[in-house]
Design a protein around this ligand. Sequence first.
Ligand SMILES: *Cc1c(COP(=O)(O)O)cnc(C)c1O
Length: 358
Amino acid sequence: MTATWSVDTEQFYQNVVKVKNGNSIMAVVKNNAYHYGLEFVVKTFLKAGITTFSTTSLKEAVKIRSLAPNATIFLMNAVYDFETVRKYQIQITLPSVEYYYKYKSDLQGINVHLEFENLLHRSGFKSLDEIKEVIVHHQNNQDNRKMNIVGLWTHFGYAEEFDVSEYKLEREAWVNVVNTLLNEGYHFDMIHAQNSASYYREERALLPHHTHARVGIALYGSRPYSNLDEREINQALTVKANVIQVREVNRGDYCGYSFAFEATKNHTRLAVVDIGYGDGILKSRAKHEALINGKRYPIRALMMSHMFVEVNDEVHAQDEVILYNEDIRIDEYTFKGVGANSEQLSAMNHDSLIKEYR
Ligand SMILES: *Cc1c(COP(=O)(O)O)cnc(C)c1O
C-alpha cells in the first residue's frame, strides 16, 4: 500500500472541452503543467483543439516544441538565450524599453509580444507612451537585424479579488491601451490578457479584440474564485492513501511528535494513514478532514510520511483515505485558506507518490 496521485484522463479531457467553450485558448502549462505532467497535458490540450501554449521557462518551451511541432509557443518570462528561442521558434515577451534598446538586434527574426505592466508590476512597459515609443522606433529602424512585433499582452493581478476595485481599474487601463493602439491603426496577430479568473468573470468569453484567453488553473480542474458553481469546472485528480492501522488512545494521551494531538476522551480511535508532508500534504491542509468510505473525518496530526485521522468504529485497516478527489476538492481548501490551488498542486511529491493516469 502506497499513497497515489492519479488523474482520470477522460474526465480531465472533458473539463478542458468545457472550459474552452469554443474559444481560442492559450493554455498556460508552466511548472510542468501545474504538476499534472507536461507531456500528458499538452497531448490532451491538442486533442481538445488547443494549439497555443504558454510557459515561463525556456526549457519547458523547448519540450513543448517536441510534443507539438506546429503549435504557437509563447514564453512569458524575459529570456536572453536568443539562439535557442530562434531554433525552436518560440515567441517571447518584450518586457521593457531597456530590454528593447539593449537587445533589438539580438532579437532578429524573433516574434515578440509587447507586454503592458499594469498593477502587478512584475514585468512590462509602464505606459502607452513607452509602448508607442518602441513601436515607432522599431518601424523607423533601418537595420535588417530586427524582431517582429506580433502580439500585445498583459497579466491581471486582481481578477480573483471581488471586494476591491483593482480588477476594474487594471481591466480599464488595459482596454484603453488596446483600443488606443488599434484606433491608431496598429495591428497585432495576438492580443491576450485573461487568466482563469478574468475569463470566468467575463462569462467564459474573450475581451473585445482579444484573440486568446491565457488560461491555467481552470483547465486543470480548479475554480479560480469561490462564487463559481462547482459544476462549472471538474477536478480529475485523486490523491489517496490507506489506513495502515487503527489504534485506540485514552483521554489525556498525547499522540504524534511533541504533543501534536491530545485525546479528549477514552477509546478515541486514531487511524494511522500512510501519507504526510513528505508526500506534499500541506500543514494547513491537515487542519481539515480526509474522506474515508464516503465520510469526512478530522485529521489530528501530520508527520513526514504519516498522519493521524480520528475515526469511528466504521473505519478499519486497509480502508482508502482520500485527501483530494471530486468530492473533496483542491479549490474547496483554497477558499478555506489552505493555500492557492496551484500551491496545493505544486506541493505534491511526485517522487514519493505513485503516479497514475487512468
Ligand atoms: C500563471 C499565469 C496565468 C494563468 O493563470 P491562472 O490563474 O492559472 O489561469 C496567466 N498569465 C500569466 C502571466 C501567468 O503567470
